[in-house]
Design a protein around this ligand. Structure first.
Ligand SMILES: *Cc1c(COP(=O)(O)O)cnc(C)c1O
Length: 475
């Protein structure tokens, strides 16, 4: 580029003030504030100048632009930048993957009753830590304690931020500086950062491993239990399955050993199942009620896995131990807010009647859906999509495999139904990416070059949105 051309190109770049006076930019200022817009313009101008220098050095020709053209170009960039920022942040998405407890999509959708209670207690004030009987200070744990004990048979309970913090808090309270015995077959990792050995070490307890990967016997625990032992820990291997030559100690046996030796028996159940899944034709998943019945002193479980509630961890068990856990200063750091406690009490209270639980808790309802119900849903969705695309794109109803997800029930395949779309231009991957950018993003799978919309995880209100998103992309 000749020197005078370069000078001219630089002169064509408008100053910040001039851009701020542009009508479209004024509207942006109205929406996002002058400070943010000014900063963003500076960033964009900086980038523009750098690109100019770079293209000059690499010898590429910069297309000559007038000041007006450059201004329009920069304003366009600014508008796009602001739109992107508006789109960022937490928002609703449509889960068409057929994975019921999709951790990346927020795990469990909440029941209507929970949403109502969240609304009621958050809109104004509530009796979070206020005893309406006496008019004095109450405990935030009392609300869930009452319903957990009713549903699980445990003596007492406390709610914390999630199950990882529940396990940590229990070990920190009950085994600080002392030994925790755990089977080598239960050294699980959940979701990348929760590893039993690390949690035990982090809590201040000393881990004593017993048995082997595939076999651990009661005698292994008995032999390892000594002066310094405080807890026998059983961990539910929620997200993997060991088959073949396998043996583990039942909770009943472990509880008996604990009583004999005066040790605390703790079980990390993970999923926190309160409903007998064999009633839905699925495999039995260890239930909290059974853990209490078989003699666990302390049970910990997640609120947002099979239980179908908000993110939380529940610790249920012996009152003396729970009281100790409540007194631990760390419990303050992992305590839940009123919205979580509201949602949790609402969800838990649905379990007093198991039939009502399946009907009203979305996670259970989705897992319980039968093939004919899914097929009927698929027909409705297919018709809506065909109408929106005016029949120009081939669609069909196919069988597909849904999953429970969330590290629960590994290997369990739910027979699902999906509407498969044979993608026209621009192809499956591109359409999938555009669906993620729809007004309400649609998350879906690709299988054998078809785009699948699995109906199990959709609600009826989603159907029209899926069809509309597709129409927007393929019109
Ligand atoms: C999921 C899981 C956890 C972690 O629970 P979060 O609620 O996700 O913190 C811990 N232990 C087991 C066995 C689990 O399955």
């Amino acid at each position: 580029m000749k020197e005078y051309e370069k000078q001219e190109a630089l002169r064509a770049i408008p100053p910040v003030n001039e851009i701020l006076d542009h009508t479209e930019v004024k509207a942006l200022i109205e929406r996002s504030g002058r400070a943010l817009i000014t900063e963003s313009i500076k960033l964009i101008l900086d980038g523009y100048r750098k690109r100019m220098v770079a293209s000059e050095q690499s010898g590429t020709i910069i297309e000559h632009k007038t000041r007006k053209e450059v201004t329009e170009y920069l304003v366009g960039k600014l508008t796009a930048m602001m739109e992107e920022q508006q789109e960022a942040g937490l928002k609703k998405v449509i889960n068409a993957t057929g994975v019921v407890l999709h951790t990346n999509l927020g795990r469990a959708p909440l029941p209507e009753k929970a949403l109502q209670l969240i609304h009621e207690v958050s809109e104004g004030y509530c009796n979070l830590e206020y005893d309406l009987e006496t008019g004095s200070r109450g405990s935030r744990h009392s609300h869930i304690e009452e319903v957990v004990t009713r549903v699980t048979g445990a003596e007492s309970a406390i709610i914390v931020n999630n199950n990882a913090s529940a396990v940590f808090l229990c070990l920190n309270t009950l085994a600080d500086n002392r030994e925790v015995i755990v089977s080598r077959g239960q050294q699980v990792e959940i979701g990348g950062s929760f590893r039993i050995p690390d949690i035990i070490a982090g809590s201040g307890a000393k881990m004593v491993e017993v048995g082997t990967t595939n076999k651990t016997r009661l005698a292994d625990y008995a032999k390892a239990a000594g002066e310094d032992t405080s807890v026998l820990l059983k961990v539910h291997t929620s997200n993997f399955k060991l088959t073949g030559f396998v043996e583990e100690v039942s909770l009943k046996e472990l509880a008996a050993l604990g009583r004999e030796k005066g040790l605390t028996v703790m079980e990390d159940l993970g999923s926190g199942c309160l409903y007998d899944l064999s009633r839905l034709g699925l495999q039995y998943e260890p239930m909290v009620q059974d853990s209490i019945k078989y003699g666990a002193d302390i049970v910990t479980f997640s609120g947002d896995k099979l239980l179908g509630g908000p993110q939380a961890g529940i610790i249920a068990g012996r009152k003396d131990l729970i009281d100790k856990i409540k007194m631990n200063p760390l419990s303050r750091m992992v305590r839940c807010d009123k919205t979580t406690i509201a949602a949790m009490t609402a969800v838990l209270s649905l379990y007093t009647d198991p039939d009502r639980a399946v009907e009203n808790i979305p996670v259970l309802r989705m897992m319980a859906l039968k093939e004919d119900e899914l097929a009927a849903g698929a027909v409705v969705l297919k018709n809506l999509i065909d109408a929106a695309l005016e029949g120009r794109v081939e669609t069909e109803i196919v069988d597909d495999t849904d999953e429970v997800g969330g590290g629960s029930l590994p290997g369990v395949e739910l027979k699902g139904k999906a509407v498969a779309l044979h993608p026209p231009e621009p192809g499956a991957n591109e359409i999938q990416a555009l669906l993620r950018k729809a007004k309400t993003p649609v998350i879906c799978k690709i299988n054998r070059d078809r785009i699948l919309f699995n109906v199990r995880t959709l609600v009826r209100e989603d159907y029209a949105d899926v069809a509309e998103a597709l129409a927007g992309i393929l019109r």
